[in-house]
Design a protein around this ligand. Sequence first.
Ligand SMILES: [Zn+2]
Length: 238
Amino acid sequence: MGLRNDQGIVLRGFPFGEADRVVVILSPNHGKLRTVAKGVRKTKSRFGGRLEPFTHVDLILYEGRNLDTITQVSVIEAFPKLRSDLDRVLAAGTMVEAIDAVTQENESSLRAFLLLQRGLRILESGAAHLDLLTAFLLGVAEVVGISPAFDHCAGCGRRDNLVRFSFGDGGVLCERDRTPGSVALRDGLTEYLAQLMNASMDDLPEADPMFSGEAIGVTRRFLEYHLDRRLGSVAFDG
Ligand SMILES: [Zn+2]
């Protein structure tokens, strides 16, 4: 026990006791940190707004038995533009929620951290788009090792006529290998999803409104199926 330095992106917080707040932070090297910010709910907290979700902070922590206490916090990256726009806040909330679902305490989470940091930086620099969220969620699937296959049938391996998606099989199927619970994909959606999976989040292919809504829907349901958890953010309703 003692003081130690760490850093991370604030995922969420909730009230604790009468005046304190538990703040859950994703550290690149130590996974999720459960910290407590004492007195943070008093009007003149010395932490100010520095422990709001999405903020990348540098911390000095006093190690406790269960929770580490934040003794000092400074902002590394605040993402102010993202916060001024509701669509971007909702998109950032979905990103944080998905990352929260796939990270643990006391384990390295560098890839998840870097993915979240990139996602927030892209939202900071431009508008939110469903395709960005789809690409982000496909990135989350990759981080946890469950990337869906869009280029061959999970049943027979063929590379054409990939018109159905199976959440359980983790990929597309041809019509002949359709399984109960698999969903039909609109013609062209398989290729659209494959493009989003292979693209860089800051250089996405031109969006097609015909496909964006269904692409996020399939990706979201796929992640929810494998994480056994709903992603509740209203960012999906756009
Ligand atoms: Zn097949």
